[in-house]
Design a protein around this ligand. Structure first.
Ligand code: 93A
Length: 524
């Protein structure tokens, strides 16, 4: 199925690797046809090249807007050489077919990013390039198409023998992905420039659909080894913001699951204002704490569940200190994230070969998040601790004595921390640290039992005297009763169940303070 290369159409904006490619093709006996400055670059390297103008008999015109948009070019790209009648027609028209098309497009995204004005941006919308790319990709039974200079080595290697059909199919798939991404960038820019009100009014979230997300890394695999995966950065992330734009200071390459957990950890640590540390496993916290400094916060977070913290991801919302690094070093840890590191901290942690150290600049400005569903995509605003009911001053005291200052601080902490726990979520806290987490159960009673069980593992009984937060209301009194029986001193929950009265009565009977937020924080 290899199709020997006799003629190649080469028209590239990015001249990287061009002369080497042209030399290799020429050495293999491939005839080159090129546009203006591509042809000049090839000729300057001493490689023979035919100018498109000489092929078409038509000058490049209109400032280069019309270069390759000509039947003599497109018939040569689109002829299906499996069909005798196509070959016959080419013969009659005096047109030779192309077996290879190498194109890369005008740099539209880079022009927009440079802050250029609208006219300049529009001028950088490539018309002829995508036409050739799409034509060649459509005609992959006859033509190989290359859009990425990273592929030139493959072209040089295949110059003498040609590409197989399987290779041409793969190249075609990449080519269509490339032009599709290009058009998404163009449409996104047009929407934000010329239809911003429509975008804001949210015919949904056109900012997502039309955004210019770029692949920044191909990951070894996805959630499991049989799943392919890649990392994309949003336009915000490209500026080095957020996890996707992180700088890795040490360790093995990040995996898909590392990213998932790192993101959960990073967000959880940023839900608190004081120095905070979140330790995450399988996207759930095995400990979250605030402290006098990062080392203190880490010690408290780790103490929540030292067994589960093994192999976890640790995020700090302040510079990671040497003292914190000394504490973390003996614990097997997959990833550490921090806005910065004391130089000594990097040195201490780098003694471990595999631990990944990431420097991350803030949360992104990204306000929406996506989740794929079968046949589509769900888009929503990101959940942050900024809803009306997250401000303690808006809470309603449903029963019991108004909490003292320390208890209020713990309730505030627990409410912020429970946001990071997968639903159904119950979090017990004491002294600015989680002490028991009940996560991801399909009924709230089980989450309550789990939180209490975790708090009371070993010989410690930490549930007694702790405060509790529930991410959503108690539908019945039974879940809350588990917490009351375990001796919690105060509870915060959204309220709003049809059985609120029963639930409040249970707290009242136990003499426990209960606050209602009116806001919930499901996380599924
Ligand atoms: O302005 S275009 O849309 N019109 C065309 O007919 C055309 N043909 C090729 N842009 C066109 N190209 C693009 O020119 C290619 O996609 C490539 O990016 C660039 C190469 O031009 P040169 O060889 O003059 O550098």
């Amino acid at each position: 199925t290899r199709r020997p290369l006799r003629r190649a159409l080469v028209s590239v904006y990015d001249k990287t690797g061009l002369t080497e490619l042209a030399s290799a093709l020429h050495a293999a006996g491939v005839e080159l046809v090129s546009t203006g400055s591509t042809a000049s670059t090839i000729a300057a390297a001493g490689v023979p090249v035919t100018r498109v103008e000489d092929l078409t008999g038509f000058p490049e015109c209109l400032d280069g807007r019309v270069k390759t948009l000509h039947p003599r070019v497109h018939a040569g790209v689109l002829a299906d050489t499996r069909r005798p009648e196509h070959l016959e027609q080419l013969e009659q028209l005096g047109i030779a077919p192309f077996e290879l098309v190498v194109v890369n497009l005008y740099p539209f995204t880079a022009t927009v990013a440079s802050g250029a004005g609208p006219d300049e941006c529009v001028e950088q919308i490539d018309i002829g390039g995508p036409s050739m790319v799409r034509a060649a990709a459509k005609n992959h039974p006859s033509v190989a198409v290359v859009v990425d200079p990273a592929r030139y080595a493959d072209v040089a290697a295949a110059a003498a023998s040609g590409f197989t059909l399987a290779e041409r199919r793969l190249l075609a798939a990449q080519a269509f992905a490339h032009t599709a991404a290009y058009d998404v960038a163009v449409s996104g820019w047009f929407a934000s420039q010329y239809a911003p009100d429509e975008v804001a009014a949210g015919s949904g979230f056109a900012d997502v659909v039309g955004s210019t997300w770029e692949r920044s890394d191909v990951l070894r695999y996805g959630e499991n080894p049989h799943q392919g995966a890649a990392l994309y950065v949003s336009p915000d992330g490209a500026a080095g913001l957020g996890l996707a734009g992180a700088e890795q200071l040490h360790g093995k390459a990040m995996s898909y699951n590392n990213y998932v957990d790192a993101d959960a950890a990073w967000r959880a640590a940023h839900d608190h204002e004081g120095p905070a540390v979140a330790i995450i496993k399988h996207a759930n916290p095995c400990g979250i704490a605030v402290g006098t400094d990062i080392a203190d916060a880490h010690a408290k977070a780790h103490a929540c569940d030292p067994v589960s913290a093994f192999g976890g991801v640790i995020a700090a919302n302040r510079t990671l200190t040497a003292a914190a690094a000394e504490q973390i070093a003996p614990i097997f840890t997959e990833v550490v994230l921090a806005p910065d590191y004391e130089p000594e901290a990097v040195e201490i942690l780098s003694r471990k070969k595999n631990i990944r150290l990431l420097r991350v600049s803030g949360l992104t400005g990204t306000v929406t998040e996506q989740r794929a569903i079968s046949g589509g995509l769900l888009v929503q605003q990101v959940d942050r601790i900024d809803a009306a009911g997250d401000d303690q001053s808006t809470w309603t005291l449903a029963t019991g004595d108004a909490a003292d200052e320390a208890t209020l601080a713990d309730l505030d902490f627990a409410w912020r921390a429970v946001r990071a726990v997968k639903s159904n979520a119950i979090l017990l806290a004491d002294g600015g640290a989680s002490v028991g987490v009940g996560m991801g159960q399909v009924n709230r009673v089980d989450s309550c039992k789990l939180a209490v069980e975790r708090a009371n593992t070993g010989d410690v009984e930490r549930a007694r005297g702790a405060v509790a937060a529930s991410d959503a209301f108690f539908p019945f009194a039974d879940g809350l009763q588990v917490l009351l029986d375990a001796g919690v001193r105060a509870v915060v929950q959204p309220g709003g169940s049809v059985r609120d009265e029963e639930v409040i009565a249970a707290a009242q009977a136990a003499g426990v303070t209960l606050y209602l937020t009116g806001t919930r924080h499901f996380a599924h």
